[in-house]
Design a protein around this ligand. Structure first.
Ligand code: PMP
Length: 417
């Protein structure tokens, strides 16, 4: 088996055992592993460079400020935003989406206005809009998907109408791995003067995103799913929209001038980043982006493809296994959701755990999608470019072990149906 050239960069993959078995980490959609250089970057910052940013003029503070702001430029180039002022650092995709829902949705929506989501959304792109709808009297509408797990554009044409003010859609389903036609949906949204928001938590780690080409108005993602640390998220917003939004939090370093009774605020992204930011996290995210760019999206896509092909073709020979979504490996972006007969997904993941294979079982923060699929939960294996065919083999052995165990000990309760 050819050696995966990136694997040795990730200490956890070679050094950690799970239940005395070498770790096969297949829970990348939950969070990716971190290369040593990202871990080192955090410790170098705290060990040798620690200072607050945008404040003091001593050399240490200036360097930390520079390093932090350079990552804003890096992110800008990474997603091809027009300006660095369009990149706001948050804590996560969840915070970014809540921010847009509250700062834009609550301020702009009126009773009778419509917010269009899909039935595939992660709760982070659903629950904030439910709250906005309750507060403003706006109505939620949902786009369905086809057999391939892809939003049906013909149905979308009928749902997106003059009442639509917001369309907010995930670019890759965190359950099915299917890629959604967000560019086409952005065109439809703009035709009726609505804004288009993209939840890119599962797409940015896997393929090149160009926000100008997508022509989305906001886009959200998390550093921790793309080799970076937890606690760092990105919200991209078009300048012309951000200019119309008031800051949510007030305090240090987002102000221009303050008198006893009045304050004026900075322009650009900084007025939305009140207080001391996650400096170490953002700087280490910069190291993660540099590494990811060296790997390159061509290699990431090729590895996604070869792992998905190997896993899906083997699973298709196992009649007990049901895969959700497309039969085409190309439409899985590193994610396979499945069930094994009537065995409860938590029981499946327990056998996997004993085999040293980390997968996720549950509703994946997408309960409406589970209802739509007619199950209460699924198992989800999610791969990234540092996984190899050995991991796929371990995954397939764990499936066989699950089947063997439950054939020997049939469960009385069924489960996922
Ligand atoms: N959206 C999608 C599609 C996701 O997969 C996730 C993470 N599972 C989120 C949003 C939320 O990301 P975070 O927990 O980093 O805020």
């Amino acid at each position: 088996m050819p050696k995966n050239q990136f694997r040795d960069d990730f200490p956890i993959l070679n050094n950690v055992k799970m239940n005395d078995e070498p770790l096969a980490y297949l829970d990348n959609a939950a969070t990716s592993q971190k290369p040593q250089l990202v871990i080192d970057r955090i410790s170098r910052y705290y060990g040798y460079e620690n200072a607050n940013i945008h404040r003091a003029t001593h050399a240490l503070a200036l360097k930390a400020t520079d390093d932090y702001e350079q990552v804003r430029d890096q992110v800008r180039h990474f997603i091809n935003a027009k300006s660095r002022d369009e990149i706001i650092f948050t804590r996560s995709t969840t915070e970014s989406l809540n921010w847009v829902a509250q700062r834009w949705g609550e301020a702009k929506l009126k009773p009778g206005d419509e917010i269009v989501l899909s039935i595939l959304e992660h709760h982070s792109n659903l629950v904030p809009w439910q709250q906005v709808a309750k507060k403003t009297g706006a109505r939620l509408r949902f786009l369905d998907f086809n057999q391939e797990g892809v939003i049906d554009l013909n149905a979308a044409k009928k749902t997106i109408n003059a009442k639509t003010k917001i369309v907010s859609i995930t670019q890759v389903s965190n359950v099915l791995g299917s890629i959604q036609p967000v560019k086409e949906l952005a065109i439809m949204a703009h035709e009726v003067n609505a804004i288009m928001i993209v939840d890119a938590a599962q797409s940015v780690p896997h393929f090149k995103i160009d926000v100008q080409n997508l022509d989305c108005d906001f886009l959200a993602f998390s550093a921790h799913k793309m080799l970076g640390p937890t606690g760092v998220g990105v919200l991209y917003g078009k300048s012309e929209l951000l200019e119309k939004i008031d800051p949510e939090f007030f305090g240090g370093e987002m102000i221009e001038e303050v008198s006893k009774n009045e304050a004026s605020f900075k322009s650009g992204a900084l007025r939305f980043e009140a207080g001391t930011q996650n400096i170490a996290g953002v700087i280490a995210f910069g190291a993660a982006l540099t590494y990811l760019q060296k790997v390159g999206f061509d290699k990431i896509a090729a590895q996604d493809r070869s792992l998905m092909e190997a896993a899906i073709s083997a699973l298709q020979n196992r009649p007990q296994v049901k895969i959700y979504g497309s039969a085409d490996p190309a439409n899985h972006t590193g994610i396979i959701s499945f069930n094994v007969g009537e065995i409860h997904p938590h029981d499946v993941s327990t056998v996997f755990d004993l085999d040293g294979v980390a997968i996720r079982a549950g509703h994946h923060c997408a309960e409406p999608l589970m209802n739509r699929l007619g199950v209460s939960a699924t198992c989800r294996a999610s791969f990234y470019f540092y996984n190899n065919l050995d991991d796929v083999e371990r995954f397939l052995i764990a499936i066989k072990d699950t089947e063997d165990f439950f054939n020997r000990h049939p469960s009385k309760e069924s489960s996922n149906g």
